[in-house]
Design a protein around this ligand. Structure first.
Ligand SMILES: [Zn+2]
Length: 302
């Protein structure tokens, strides 16, 4: 079975069934970007607890199902519009950007493309330069083409090299400019179809696989945590070369986020065996006297 990476998924919002299905489909590693929770947070402590859970409980929970969990840290564009809060979160970020398994600053960028969003987008790109980390850019859903161009202009202006920047949520309108300008072009596969994504196949046929990345961006909304393996299988059916499929569903994400020095295959190719007897601060993923999974060998799925 091929190995996959889902380099953009909000596992905090997902269930243990999702983890099990993803592991069974070959997803070995995930990156969970810090994002918003569907309603605005009211104090910096809410961000601190969220950031701590991304490097703590959620990483533990993933490992209990055989998946390596990494994350990115940022204040997202939407909540960046609360300037008082954004300032406080910015003070907190250095502490979390230097933690193990944090592979980028993100997701940052534009939502409504306001001046305040731009201010904190810029400050966080500067933080990425300071911490020598890649950046994950969320491009806006409204007025996307202009927002994508502006995002790349801002990155150039700050002086972060394009190969350190992953521009996410691309579409047919934005992909050419992103690739021409030397940035990574990530694509979020939304669950319009049950069988992967035809449009993604067409994009890879037209533009090839260099610097192209596929992700699910699955969260608390309607989304599909199996989008990466499903799209890879559809690409195979559509005659796309295996080397291209490996690139967009595994290797490119590894190369892009590997630039952090925190995202290494050795973490998941030879993982510690699953042991569900282990606790996190006294807490377990098991309920009601369930038998814990205890693997003798991590290569044997039980
Ligand atoms: Zn996201």
């Amino acid at each position: 079975m091929p190995n996959y990476i889902d380099p953009h998924i909000h596992m905090t919002a997902r269930t243990t069934d999702d983890y099990q299905a993803m592991a069974a489909a070959g997803v070995r590693a995930v990156i969970e970007p810090a994002f918003w929770l569907g309603q605005p947070r009211t104090c910096v402590g809410a961000f601190q607890d969220y950031f701590s859970s991304l490097v703590g409980w959620e990483r533990f929970r993933a490992a209990q199902f055989g998946i390596r969990h990494f994350c990115t840290m940022a204040i997202n564009p939407r909540e960046a519009n609360n300037e008082r809060l954004a300032e406080e979160v910015l003070e907190l970020l250095p502490l979390y950007l230097s933690k193990e398994g944090v592979v980028a600053v993100g997701e940052i960028g534009y939502d409504d493309q306001t001046a305040t969003e731009e201010k904190y987008f810029r400050k966080q790109v500067e933080l990425a330069v300071e911490f020598d980390l890649p950046v994950m850019v969320h491009t806006p859903h409204r007025d996307k083409k202009r927002g994508t161009t502006r995002s790349m202009d801002l990155c150039n202006d700050v002086g972060i090299p394009p190969h350190k920047v992953i521009i996410d949520h691309n579409n047919e309108e934005t992909v050419k400019e992103v690739l021409d300008r030397g940035f990574w072009a990530a694509f979020t596969i939304y669950p319009k179809t049950k069988m992967g994504n035809e449009r993604m196949c067409e994009i890879v046929k037209q533009y090839g696989a260099e610097r192209v990345i596929v992700d699910s961006a699955a969260d608390w909304g309607v989304s599909d945590p199996l989008a990466v393996p499903k799209t890879a299988l559809l690409m195979l059916e559509r005659g796309i070369p295996q080397s291209h499929i490996d690139a967009v569903s595994y290797k490119n994400a590894l190369a892009a986020y590997g630039q952090s020095g925190q995202f290494d295959e050795s973490a998941w190719l030879n993982p510690a065996p699953i042991d569900q007897r282990v606790l996190f601060n006294g807490n377990t993923v098991l309920r009601g006297g369930q038998e814990p999974v205890v693997q003798k060998d991590s290569n044997i799925i039980e």
